[in-house]
Design a binder for this molecule. Sequence first.
Ligand SMILES: Nc1nc2c(ncn2[C@@H]2O[C@H](COP(=O)(O)OP(=O)(O)O)[C@@H](O)[C@H]2O)c(=O)[nH]1
Ligand SMILES: [Mg+2]
Length: 356
Amino acid sequence: MDSDLALADLLAGKTAALARAITMVENARPGFERLLAGVHPSLGGARRIGITGPPGAGKSTLVEGLVSAFRSSGLRVAVVAVDPTSPFTGGALLGDRIRMESVALDPGVFIRSMASRGSLGGLATTTREVCDLLDGAGFERILVETVGVGQSELDVTRMADTTVLTLVPESGDGIQTLKSGVMEAADLFVVNKADRPGADKLRNEIEISLDIRRGNVMKHVPAHHGIRGGARSGVRGSAAADGAATPLAPAEFAPWSPVVVLTAAARGQGIDELLVTLDRHHAWLVESGELDVRRRRRLRERTREVVDRATRRWVWEETGAERVIAERLDDVIGGRISPYELAGAVLDGIKQGARP
Ligand SMILES: Nc1nc2c(ncn2[C@@H]2O[C@H](COP(=O)(O)OP(=O)(O)O)[C@@H](O)[C@H]2O)c(=O)[nH]1
Ligand SMILES: [Mg+2]
């Protein structure tokens, strides 16, 4: 089969096969799910890092710095740029044409921007599937750049092991304006453009708002332990001593304290500290068990997404749903039945095993 060949080449790390596989997945071409299923046993080698934040914060510049740093450690690195607001062409990602060319010649780097046109299962699902292909192809680091300060950050956290929220001094009083959930979704904060005034002030603001959050965590932890009269708040290991009777994430007992890193990405400053912090977060993910928690959650969600996608496809392509709508649309237009009643009739038809 075609997809068997594609799979073998992909797992062997052939770049052309990877590019073809991504196109196949993006366009939901026949066999794409078979290909993804074949990749599944090989997953887990990559660390997935989400870089998110408002447009112009310097995410791409930061990504460029991380790519160089990973490459000098001999790590293979892939970049996925998800930017629904601006279709991007090669150069726009790394900005600097010369570096871009040197990267383009490096087989240890793979850069791909996601087509933002609607894919059957939604951009987020497709992006996650593309990350799987990259993981299967042997990339050790996957950087996912997404733009925005709302839902898209939260989408990133559902695909990344580590989520980095990039802000700039100009966002000033900005953190108040972030949608709820965005701060909480970040594992690491980068204050980029630290060469400009206001970086320290923003760092303080972020730390204050994190302290408030941490205060809340501390308030809750003794309550869980108190039941058993166990150890004091936040002590790692006490969860295990507890016998893990509750399904609480280990993270609740050994919380990660989000870190703020100052960078001037355009000058390559702060990248080293960011790398160290990324490594520290990964080590925490492994030790606390949170990595398994996140991967487990991801796989449950993926399965649901695939069911959603398959259901939708089945309904519109393989049942008589469209025909039933067409037949009775005039009744809806004439006000004799509502869209809700017609939808109910469609569903009833499907439940009774309607076929085209
Ligand atoms: N002053 C300053 N400018 C930067 C820094 N990092 C990036 N920039 C500039 O900010 C602009 C937006 O950067 P880009 O990486 O494209 O931002 P993105 O939209 O978040 O991906 C570009 O002109 C960069 O050169 C920095 O550390 N300091
Ligand atoms: Mg960018």
